[in-house]
Design a protein around this ligand. Sequence first.
Ligand SMILES: NC(=O)c1ccc[n+]([C@@H]2O[C@H](COP(=O)([O-])OP(=O)(O)OC[C@H]3O[C@@H](n4cnc5c(N)ncnc54)[C@H](O)[C@@H]3O)[C@@H](O)[C@H]2O)c1
Length: 274
Amino acid sequence: MAEFMVIGVIGAGQMGSGIAQLAAVAGADVRLLDKDAEALLTAKRSISDSVQRFVSKGQLSKERGTDAVARVKYTSNLEDLQSADIVIEAIVESEDVKKKLFAELDKIVKVSAILASNTSSISITRLASATKRPHQVIGMHFMNPPPIMKLVEIIRGAQTSDETYNKTKTLAERFGKTVVCSKDYSGFIVNRILMPMINEAFYTLYTGVATKEDIDAGMKLGTNQPMGPLQLADFIGLDPKKGKPKEKPVKESKPKEKESKPVEKESKDEKKTE
Ligand SMILES: NC(=O)c1ccc[n+]([C@@H]2O[C@H](COP(=O)([O-])OP(=O)(O)OC[C@H]3O[C@@H](n4cnc5c(N)ncnc54)[C@H](O)[C@@H]3O)[C@@H](O)[C@H]2O)c1
């Protein structure tokens, strides 16, 4: 961890707390920042519980677990990130809010520090434009939950330097992750492909093509995925803070019959799904 002794993580929610845990287990001193004190308390509990589970399963020694938990410092003060070698941002998915934060961070952190974003979909080039160090801004997209999922997508903005890319890749590998690299296009690799699939699974259910069980079993066994798209959507979940309907719930309506007809005969041209 020579390159990154101190790692700042901003946003102590689902993703930020998991990223902070990974960094601490990898031996870095972590500053986990959230504007909400309650989020910090919840993160502290969740990191401690999660590390404990790794220890109980024999995947982490007791000493390393205790050391990791002690390495995370919790704060709401941006100035506490001054010593960070890299800051990984995992706050709300809003371009305006993230840009404002990047502009503030740019003034506070060391000249050499890298600013990474865990955004799922916002342009890294546009986030970088809020700073005076666009060559040191990069996307570091962890999967949920970060301590478990093996992948990190790294996204290079238009001006991200090779040095920034190489250091960030090395860090992700030290976290035990496999890295894939995406250009800065909406959804990057994983969500660009996954979201249309999940959307189509909803539509397949909505139009009455098949039951939810058959849709999931079809995709699981037919395309060799560990779980079907509807089950995966349940895992991803809806944002509980955004999910409250403001108006009356819409009455359930019958699926439109015209939308989709069952295939009666397979046309000669149709390929079989492997
Ligand atoms: N949840 C996922 O499955 C997932 C997966 C990959 C990437 N992401 C991305 O990670 C980011 C965080 O997602 P999450 O699910 O952890 O969200 P979350 O709602 O669980 O946590 C966000 C945290 O950020 C804090 N926050 C918001 N604005 C802040 C600010 N200006 N300064 C400091 N703290 C602030 C909130 O108080 C909250 O605790 C988003 O960009 C999201 O798109 C999420």
